[in-house]
Design a protein around this ligand. Structure first.
Ligand code: NI
Length: 370
């Protein structure tokens, strides 16, 4: 183990032990700042509450590239039994963002040492609040992305062994949208439904009909999904309530399907409720778009991976989302999955990263820039 590997492994364990939730990554930010400052890495003077942006300016001319590393943890009680398990009760780095942090730190240190070989500039974005699906918007509120030509993202992947990279061109994560439907009827006695308008059968009909958007409206070759995840109405057994509320999520992989779902959800909710004598109001809350891997960047990253002895497998696409998609909406981007050892999946209490993957990942990501 060389000096840097030893240091990075030690820092990784520190970050793993000190997980912080979305928008609360104060200690994490301070620690990253401390490590990078000590290594002589430039930190851009943005006034972010949490998160920070490091910048490495190469000695040769070239493009401006960015690497996004998210830094937040989850409200999960860790059950890994690791000697360096979380020391914050009920909080855990269960999505590998501690690994993303250390990859970003390692890349910043190495690129800074190899500035003479670097053509162009690399901005390393330590982004807060990915789990809230909106942290990337804070980054976009600054002008940091304005001169960026292309952006890379990485994610830990416990479905693959170390030494394996999942890379693919095209859509890899879904657009994440949320809807809330309020169905308004007229409350009355449970024994006299004829005196009111019961919103509950209307809600049930709406929920059933929503699934036909996937099976009857969307192209059968496009992955799409709608889940109603909350249904609320009434508070006792003998009163018909006035309203019913349902909420859920839609996942799609392209703009057209996204617009289709938004339109059909409104049509179905409003007209079905009306057919039952009730009225529906739909709120559509747009989250990040789908992540699209640029073809040229995907090919290039595969080639670099092969040169460094990684096995390349097709990246599995997921109807999960990542707010990385906000950052690459208007520029080419590529989101890579790094095998971190097979085990419990992300967002599970037993999820862990094999620390032997840290240094090879850092060297690999550096090779994308040099
Ligand atoms: Ni994640």
């Amino acid at each position: 183990m060389n000096d840097l590997e030893e240091k990075l492994t030690k820092y990784f364990k520190w970050f793993h032990m000190h997980p912080e939730l979305s928008y609360e990554e104060y200690e994490t930010t301070e620690k990253i700042k401390e490590i990078l400052t000590k290594a002589g890495v430039e930190i851009l003077p943005y006034d972010l509450k949490t998160g920070l942006i490091a910048c490495i300016r190469g000695e040769k001319p070239g493009p401006v590239q960015a690497l996004r590393c998210d830094i937040d943890a989850l409200p999960i009680r860790e059950e890994t039994g690791l000697s360096y398990a979380s020391c914050c009760e009920g909080r855990m780095h269960a999505c590998g963002h501690d690994f993303h942090i250390i990859t970003g730190i390692g890349c910043a240190i190495l690129l800074n040492e190899r500035k003479d070989q670097l053509a162009g500039t690399v901005k390393i974005i330590f982004q807060p609040a990915e789990e809230a699906a909106m942290g990337a918007l804070q980054i976009l509120e600054t002008d940091v992305m304005e001169d960026v030509d292309r952006i890379w993202g990485i994610h830990a992947d416990p479905t693959n062994e170390t030494g394996v990279l999942g890379i693919r061109e095209g859509y890899v994560t879904a657009a994440v949208d949320r809807f809330v439907v309020e169905i308004k009827g007229t409350g009355c006695h449970g024994a006299h439904p004829d005196d009111g308008v019961d919103p509950i059968p209307a809600a049930a009909a709406v929920i059933q009909a929503f699934q036909t958007i996937v099976t009857r409206n969307a192209n059968a070759f496009h992955p799409t999904l709608i889940s109603v995840t909350r249904l609320q109405a009434g508070n006792t057994w003998n009163v018909i309530p006035e309203t019913a509320q349902l909420e859920g999520t839609v996942r799609t992989m392209n703009r057209e399907d996204r617009a289709l779902f938004e339109r059909r959800i409104k049509e179905i909710a409003e007209s079905t409720a009306q057919a039952y004598g009730a009225a529906a109001e739909v709120q559509w809350i747009q989250g990040p778009p789908a992540t699209y891997n640029d073809k040229e960047m995907a090919c290039y990253s595969m080639q670099r991976g092969q040169e460094r002895g990684f096995q390349i497998v097709p990246e599995e696409s997921s109807l999960g989302g990542d707010d990385f998609a906000f950052l690459e909406e208007n520029i080419p981007g590529c989101y890579l999955k790094i095998g971190t050892g097979k085990g419990q999946l992300i967002h599970q209490p037993g999820f862990q990263v094999d620390t032997s993957v840290i240094m090879p990942t850092v060297e690999y990501v550096v090779s994308l820039f040099i």
